[in-house]
Design a protein around this ligand. Structure first.
Ligand code: GAL
Length: 957
């Protein structure tokens, strides 16, 4: 029984009759500029339905706040779409939009309308996740910076908290509401309430109920989804569709070949709801000093996707969202203290917008799930008999078409054994053993799962069985196509029902065919791309037999005239058909040959220009095309550096009279004990990055401190602080909170003495368990004078210039902290660095601990019709101890800690970096130790360059 939305039953919206729409809805929404019709989003035990049609939600997580170039949002969305993703799941981070209490900003890089329009234009459904609390390894779990000083109970029914949360939701829901699919404004089909909320008491249930009602009151009509792992599946505050959150390999990427087993998602099924993973592992975050994202991509690799995502399908999941699909950058001070700047996540699309191996596995599975209609309504069925006891079959069947889906893998999903098996299934009512050919078997490599399809009707055809896997089937220009694949060098066997008079032609590759009793059997070894055309039936059948490598360059996209297939090209983003011309948009590399299968077309354009076309002459309607190749890119060296002192605060004579006197006597921080007066940076409105303290004391009289003991909270491993007395270096503490600094006798002056302390807030804690942990103190928690009363030292404090009141209106509240250069806005002013002196990198001479600000300019003129992804890389000899902030054209795109790492390479999105323009690179280096050297070698790095319809955006717009 189809379960209607509660919202609908309660009459929250008027359902207008669903309009018949052109195109394959199962594959995602059509990109259209026409007046938007109304739609309905429903669900039942089997799947979500859109306008009554079943849809497999193949979804990836993407955070616009981690890509501060709106022009590139479409790039990521198009790359997702090209891999068969029909849905994007998006967190909206409250703090990113609210620089201070009562102020909300949805402009520029924070333009949610633009993001949701881009999703619609890319043909993607959206699951909106404004929470209010998102976790997401983002500062305070997305709670705003200004909330760090409020006395309230986060994530609860506390009226004070709800007042603020509602303020955010009112703002963000208004935007989401106008992009819902149901009333035609956009493609939002689901709305998640809170995030991983497990508290279960009455207060918590009241909170969740409040959030649900708030969403409805704000005009949210689409299903309300959860991500609460078994909480809120029923009772007060229950979600309409539970969502599950699975990270089976956890977050330590150090041993990427060690696997934990696949969970059985079927245990999470709830009657009346589709089985849906609100988050399933798509990578992992990596801590300061961690093994690096390369290792996370290895842990959560294509084999992981192969075994785990297919196991979810076999468990009956018809909605899978992968976290992250594109991770991006926790630029500015957005990261939590435990994580460094990159949020690459080892995801399918790298931070630098390139494809990981997993991208192609996601594509193979994505095409299959979104275009194989019988898969969207299946029930469990008995397993096939297998002659290898180490293997299992998890089988499902569509009760209407009888299509069977057999997932064959090792019983121990972590096994690395190379196995092979014969198995028996019922085909056309008869039990047969596969493969049919004597002496052959189905190869199952370690950590591999194969989805064997039996009895699959598509177009006017019927696939009896195949030991290759189905990638997709499509009807194009009056021909039925099916793409099947397997590992290079392995045998494949496929059988179709065909008319008795069928004619078979092997267009390319080595395929043996056998026609008997109305069955066509194909025998072959997967090797590149083979093709067989079968005629004589209602419509020609084109069988494309690919090895896994070949599938990487097979693309499918939808047009108003039907689907298009392409074999070749680095990426096919979109296609449109006008008359006999097929206009393709995509990215090409040095391999220029491709074949296109389009509906009744004779001419092809690629990114707006005609390309040479050769018809194959075969019954497949193929056009061979030659694509343009990219020009080589040569990167200029970064030279002509200038440098200057960046920490005048160290000098005793520095004028700090305009700094805030530390005089607060109370704090709402959860940190205890605290100095009196309070010294925590947040309490004085300094929420990000570096905060300076200057403690004055008199060198005369009885109460002359003999030293200072400091407890400084910066977060986790990545933090540090340094202290000076009257300009003399007292020491630094890294990887710890406590430092005791005796004052050498000769350094104390008779009159005014100054202790200068440089601290850093590496981000506020998340509040995963609703304990107000975002209010953990930052900066100096406790300062004791040694040998004198604490009040002998009186402190002044200075962080981000202007505090909350003066956040950068373009870059937002996380971009900068309180280094001298940041307060002076050096990073925002191109041109010469004030009082900068020429310097050569790497810096070799002995430089004292402190801050040095470096600057260079680089003019780029990268090819305009190419999408080139660049970054900035640091290289240091061992033994260097410094931390650096990297600014590109004023945007803080990286924090580098030379002796912790692991990040050395910082992708800079085009738009922040100007690919055809003058760029200013600033690096603020905080040298924490005495010892040799300062800034090391710094260079540009190229992550990939393709001839592309994206071109090279010259601004963020
Ligand atoms: C999830 C959480 C996400 C993120 C993820 C780990 O459980 O919902 O926000 O923190 O874990 O990357």
């Amino acid at each position: 029984m189809k379960r209607r939305l509660k919202a609908e039953r309660r009459g929250w919206f008027n359902r207008v009759a669903a309009l018949a729409l052109v195109g394959a809805w199962a594959a995602g929404p059509q990109a259209t500029a026409a007046p938007a019709p109304s739609h309905e989003v429903t669900f039942d035990s089997h799947s979500f339905l859109i306008d009554g049609k079943r849809v497999y939600l193949w979804s990836g997580e993407f955070h616009p706040f981690r890509l501060p170039s709106p022009a590139l949002w479409s790039d990521v969305l198009q790359k997702m779409k090209a891999a068969g993703f029909n849905t994007v799941s998006i967190y909206f981070s409250w703090g990113y939009h609210s620089p201070r209490e009562g102020v909300y900003d949805f402009t520029g890089i924070r333009d949610i309308d633009r993001m949701l329009d881009a999703a619609r234009d890319a043909g993607m459904y959206v699951i909106a996740r404004p929470s209010p609390y998102i976790n997401a390894e983002v500062d305070s779990g997305g709670l705003p910076l200004w909330l760090t000083t409020k006395k309230l109970n986060n994530r609860s029914a506390d009226p004070e908290y709800l007042r603020y949360a509602d303020e955010w939701l009112t703002q963000v829901d208004r935007i989401i509401a106008r992009h819902q699919l149901v009333d035609g404004g956009g493609t939002v089909i689901g709305y998640q309430v809170e995030n991983e909320y497990y508290l279960n008491g009455d207060d918590s249930r009241t909170y969740m109920e409040h959030l649900k009602q708030k969403a409805r009151a704000d005009g949210i009509q689409v299903p309300l989804l959860g991500n609460h792992d078994g909480a809120y599946v029923e009772g007060k505050g229950a979600m309409e569709v539970s969502g599950w959150d699975f990270y089976p390999q956890g977050f330590d990427c150090s041993n990427p070949s060690v696997w934990k087993p696949a969970p059985d998602m079927a245990r999470s099924r709830k009657e009346g709801e589709p089985l849906f993973t609100a988050e399933f592992q798509g990578g992992a975050f990596d801590p300061w000093g961690g093994p690096g994202y390369g290792k996370c991509a290895e842990l959560i690799n294509d084999s992981f996707a192969n075994v785990f995502y297919k196991s979810n399908i076999a468990a009956g999941a018809t909605g899978q969202n992968f976290y992250m699909l594109y991770g991006g950058t926790s630029w500015g001070w957005q990261a939590i203290p435990q994580n460094y700047t990159s949020y690459d996540y080892g995801a399918a699309i790298t931070e630098a917008r390139q494809f990981e191996g997993k991208y192609y596995e996601d594509k193979r599975i994505g095409y299959f799930v979104t275009t194989t209609a019988p898969l969207m309504r299946t029930d469990p069925m008995p397993s096939a008999w297998l002659d290898d006891r180490g293997l299992i079959d998890i089988a499902r069947v569509n009760p209407e078409t009888g299509t069977q889906f057999h997932l064959i893998r090792h019983a121990d999903s972590t096994s690395t054994a190379q196995s092979s098996a014969r198995f028996s299934v019922t085909v056309d009512g008869q039990a047969i053993t596969l493969p049919q050919k004597a002496g052959t078997a189905l190869a199952i490599n370690g950590r591999q799962a194969k989805m064997i399809v039996v009895g699959y009707p598509f177009g006017a055809q019927h696939l009896r069985y195949s030991t290759s896997e189905v990638m997709t089937a499509a009807t194009i220009g009056g021909r039925d196509f099916v793409v099947l694949y397997g590992d290079r060098g392995t045998a494949g066997e496929t059988s179709f029902r065909v008319p008795a008079n069928a004619q078979v032609r092997v267009v390319r590759g080595a395929v043996h065919s056998d026609l008997k009793d109305g069955h066509l059997s194909l025998d072959y070894t997967h090797d590149g791309l083979a093709e067989v055309v079968v005629t004589g039936g209602e419509r020609p059948l084109v069988v494309l037999l690919a090895d896994r490598q070949a599938t990487e360059r097979i693309w499918r996209t939808e047009t108003a005239a039907g689907p298009v297939l392409m074999a070749g090209a680095h990426l096919l983003r979109s296609a449109t058909v006008t008359g006999k011309t097929l206009a393709l948009a995509g990215d090409s590399d040095t391999d220029k040959d491709a074949v296109v299968f389009g509906p009744g077309v004779t001419a092809v354009t690629w990114n707006g220009a005609s390309v040479p076309v050769t018809p194959s002459g075969a019954e497949d309607g193929a056009l061979a095309v030659t694509l343009p190749t990219p020009a080589p890119v040569t990167l200029p060296a970064l030279k002509d550096w200038q440098a200057r002192d960046g920490a005048p605060e160290i000098a005793p004579g520095f004028d700090d009279h305009a700094w805030r006197v530390a005089d607060l006597t109370t704090s709402n921080s959860i940190t205890n004990p605290l100095s009196h007066p309070v010294l925590l940076a947040d309490d004085y409105g300094f929420h990000t990055g570096n905060t300076w303290y200057r403690g004055h004391f008199s060198g005369a009289g009885a109460d002359v401190p003999r030293g200072v003991r400091l407890r400084v909270l910066s977060g986790a491993t990545g933090g540090a602080f340094s202290a000076w007395l009257n300009g003399h270096f007292l020491g630094s503490v890294q990887r710890g909170d406590d430092g005791t600094f005796p004052f050498p006798q000769g350094w104390i002056e008779k009159g005014d003495n100054v202790v200068s302390v440089l601290t850093v807030n590496m981000g506020h804690e998340e509040d995963y368990q609703s304990r107000n942990e975002n209010r953990t103190g930052r900066g100096i928690a406790y300062a004791s004078a040694l040998g004198a009363p604490d009040h002998a030292i009186s402190w002044r404090i200075q962080g981000h210039a202007g505090g909350e009141a003066a956040m950068d209106p373009v870059r937002g509240p996380y971009n900068e902290g309180g280094l001298f250069g940041e307060r002076e806005g050096w990073h925002l002013k191109p041109g010469a660095l004030p009082q900068g002196k020429p310097v050569t990198l790497p810096v070799g001479e002995q430089a004292p601990p402190g801050v040095t600000w470096y600057r260079t300019h680089v003019a780029l003129s990268l090819p305009k019709d190419q999408d080139t992804s660049l970054g900035v890389e640091f290289r240091d000899p061992p033994g260097r101890h410094y931390r650096a902030l990297l600014f590109v054209n004023g945007w803080q795109m990286g924090q580098y800690v030379s002796d912790i790492g692991p990040q050395h390479s910082f992708p800079i999105p085009n738009g922040v970096l100007l690919p055809q323009g003058d760029n200013t690179i600033d690096i603020a280096v905080w040298k924490t130790e005495e010892g040799p050297g300062g800034l090391g070698e710094v260079s540009l790095v190229n992550y990939g360059s393709y001839k592309s319809s994206m071109g090279a955006p010259s601004s963020r717009r």
